[in-house]
Design a protein. Structure first.
Lengths: 308, 249
């Protein structure tokens, strides 16, 4: 295990709010190698043998524990695909913090594709936080293509916070969820793109169980010449409730495509989609200017609040 | 002290020029509460927006404490000490009441201080401080928060554009208390309220009547108010109750 250098530490802070080794179970992946790992009595982290990645086993009934599995990359030209599987035991209640930071100072593209699968047992509850961050002055792109699959058993609850605010050139995010009876999924996505960045986010949620529910909300800002596509589909196959929302601010020459998708295959499915795209309202800027902010300061405040 | 010298404001409507404010000259000395009234469409709101810098006059001068602010931006006027409460409060997704009050105060005021501003407009502070300033708040709540932002700024000149619009009768009575308290602490500053409510007119030191974009009259309350009673320039609050019924939903 190699110690982390300053850039790696900074990335670690950006994606996982970590200044040093976290409490609880963790695995820190740095330039495709493990830079530290700890399992606890209730949470076991083991390496996969067939492909690159981890298996994380959380014992039934584990409460108030956390797992950190951040990834940092600082070598230009590195491309990896990592398969992480989470097995969350019945009745567990845990926080899982993932996230990837890429610093690319070179001219070759750096790419991390994380494929995360969550098997959430009955009555288990997880909060999953994933932050993406990129930095570095090189011409090489910083590319992240996360795939998240969630399989929720009866009455389980999953809350996902996905944040990508800065520095990632190209993203294709795919999230799939399958919910059984009484299961609940809440997704909060925050996204900001700059320059020539491109971000695509696709959700496919299947509500198969009676009383299951999903609430997928994306707030995004597209600046400069960036492009975003938000494609959220919820399928209701039982008495269930689903809601997707895409709320976006466009600035400069930014472009956004929002694709609503609702499919009801049961008469008791209740599905709602909302989408709104527009520039910052002039009256919001004027109001903050009457409070003494410059136009630019007002813009920052509005975006900060919007992406909170 | 605010002075308007021959201020005119013209806009283009469907290819035709329309004069909203016609050659208005006014003087707003310190330590006074002014109420600007007059029939709808008389140019009251436009006048307030011209002072705040949201509109720019076509001709004439605006002088604030000896400084010519005619060409100044909204921001610079705000920093110089002009506060402005919108008739239609603006909503912000994600921004909380506390965020807005902190921006207004120009510093990271404590939650206790922020709560005081909210209490002063009759809102139970703890229930509101972390709420987002969005459509989950009623028209009356947004309006009171709007007024609290102007109180938090504590500016030498505070402008209120129809503060009673969109609030219920009970809140309206509280609002009068708010303005009376502001009047008590006015020292070295002035307050200008756009309103045609008799109750608000009755707490004015001076009344300005605008009609068809022109200054109709300006003078002490007792001199002007009697002639306005019963006209659209001084609506009584029992009428308001009937008109505003259901406004705060």
């Amino acid at each position: 295990m190699k110690p982390l250098d300053e850039i790696q530490k900074r990335l670690l802070y950006e994606v996982a709010d970590l200044h040093s080794v976290p409490e609880g179970a963790y695995n820190i992946r740095s330039n495709s190698e493990s830079a530290g790992r700890r399992s606890t009595e209730n949470i076991e982290i083991i390496s996969k043998t067939d492909v690159s990645g981890l298996e994380i086993h959380i014992k039934p009934g584990t409460k108030n524990e956390s797992v950190h599995i951040p990834v940092v990359m600082t070598e230009s030209g590195l491309k990896e695909t990592v398969y992480n599987d989470f097995y969350i035991g019945e009745g567990a209640d845990v926080v899982i913090i993932a996230g990837c930071g890429i610093d690319n100072c070179g001219n070759q593209d750096s790419q991390h594709d994380g494929i995360h699968r969550f098997f959430v047992e009955k009555n288990a509850k997880i909060k999953y936080v994933e932050k993406h961050y990129g930095s570095g002055e090189g011409k090489g792109k910083r590319i992240l293509n996360p795939v998240t699959e969630v399989y929720q058993k009866e009455n389980s609850a999953v809350t996902m916070e996905m944040v990508q605010i800065k520095g990632v050139d190209d993203t294709e995010r795919t999230t799939k969820a399958v919910l059984e009876e009484g299961a609940k999924l809440v997704v909060r996505e925050r996204l900001m793109t700059h320059g020539e960045q491109r971000a695509i986010s696709v959700y496919n949620v299947e509500l198969n169980g009676k009383g299951s529910s999903a609430d997928v909300v994306s707030r995004s800002v597209a600046r400069d010449d960036s492009y975003q596509k938000f494609d959220a589909k919820i399928t209701g196959n039982a008495e269930c409730s689903g809601h997707t929302e895409c709320d976006s601010i466009i600035m400069d020459n930014g472009r956004i495509l929002a694709v609503p998708g609702l499919e009801a295959n049961c008469v008791d499915a209740s599905l709602v989609h909302e989408a709104a795209i527009g520039k910052i309202a002039g009256e919001q800027l004027i109001k903050l200017m009457t409070l003494g902010l410059t136009e630019q300061e007002a813009e920052e405040q509005i975006i900060n609040g919007f992406l909170r | 002290m605010l002075q308007l010298e021959n201020v005119s404001f013209t806009v283009e409507v469907e290819g035709k020029e329309k004069q909203i404010i016609k050659n208005v000259s006014l003087s707003i000395p310190d330590d006074r509460l002014f109420v600007v009234t007059g029939p709808n469409g008389g140019g009251k709101s436009s006048l307030a927006k011209l002072i705040a810098g949201i509109y720019v006059p076509t001709s004439g001068k605006i002088i604030f404490n000896g400084v010519d602010i005619t060409d100044m931006s909204i921001t610079d006027r705000a920093r110089l000490g002009i506060g402005f409460a919108f008739q239609q409060p603006v909503k912000f997704k994600g921004m909380t009441v506390l965020d807005l009050l902190r921006i207004a105060a120009g510093k990271r005021i404590s939650i206790t201080d922020a709560c005081e501003y909210l209490s002063s407009v009759g809102l139970c502070a703890r229930d509101y401080i972390s709420r987002e300033v969005n459509s989950s708040l009623s028209g009356g709540e947004l309006k009171r928060i709007e007024i609290a932002t102007v109180i938090a700024r504590n500016t030498p000149l505070s402008l209120f554009d129809e503060p009673e619009a969109g609030i219920d009768l009970w809140s309206f009575k509280n609002l009068i208390d708010v303005f009376e308290r502001m009047r008590e602490n006015i020292k070295g500053g002035s307050i200008m309220i756009i309103s045609h409510q008799e109750r608000i007119l009755s707490i004015a030191d001076e009344i300005i009547v605008l009609k068809n974009g022109e200054l109709d009259r300006q003078g002490a309350r007792d001199e002007i108010l009697p002639s306005l009673i019963g006209t659209s320039s001084a609506i009584s609050d029992c009428k308001m109750g009937a008109v505003k019924k259901g406004a705060e939903e």
